[in-house]
Design a protein around this ligand. Sequence first.
Ligand code: CUA
Length: 332
Amino acid sequence: MFQEITQSAPVNQPPPASYQLPPAMADTAPPIDSTYNFIFWFSVVFTVVITAAMLYFIHKYKRRPGVKSEPTGHFNRLELFWTITPTIFIGVLFHVGFASYIKNATAMEGATEIRVRAKKWSWEFEYPTGDRVPGELTLELGRPYKMIISSDDVLHSFFIPEFRMKRDAVPGQYSFIQFTPTVAGDANVFCAEYCGTSHSGMLATVKILPPEQYQEFVKTLGKCTGTPEECQPEKWGERLFVKNACPTCHGAGGSGLVGGSKAPGPKLAGIFNTPQTMASGPPVVADENYLRESILRPNAKIVAGYTTVTMPAFVMKDDQLDAVIAYLKSLK
Ligand code: CUA
């Protein structure tokens, strides 16, 4: 796992995870939970009652020596009872589920919009300021949000269990979810639709901050945070490399290996200023221009043997690009 999931100090203590459900951290969770619990306990009660009745009748009417069985007659009122009663129950269960579905599907006024882009195999979040941040979604406690979700390549699914929210990310189409975070702390993003080799590594963290801390975060958008040491281009570039989930396809440190075998993407370590064989056309020297082009327009030149997986384009600010290139040059 390339991403460290850290726990920041919670302001409102998140309600503890129940036996079945993770903690509820947004306004969307309680109605889903009560629907879920209602359907769950409804099913438990009926399973117990029906099983008990079955066992009782099995015993009561078991075969006994000298007793001959008689065919059962027809009993209209009983037939009607066990047809109509379950139909009413299904109607009630449908209503409960549909009411909370409709509530979540109705557009909310005045919500802050965040663009969520899914790509093989990372999540990218674009804030209203235009800044794009991979792998980490930072939200303000108590502020209503609308996530506008799309995919750059194949079908993915944006899933935040703590918000009880999941929506498919469909190529060529927008989908949305909306919520208001109600508890400060960390939540998780998973991809809930199988999307290829590194589907299970397609993760992100949600950080819910109280307003003062959120204001601090906004000031750091698009900039390097940390000590001057940590913000040397190579070091910052290394962090951006990990946050953009590059190791998922290129291996840790650009080794070209994932789990000991050939990674979906080519090796990056030690390639700087050396000729690379392309799938078509003459060999290309991996200089700064080649690295830059390969990040912004990955399919302009494809390394021989890596044509089966398509790398998504990454949009970065120039100083971020410089940092990533500085890191790639440092890899031996
Ligand atoms: Cu993206 Cu699974």
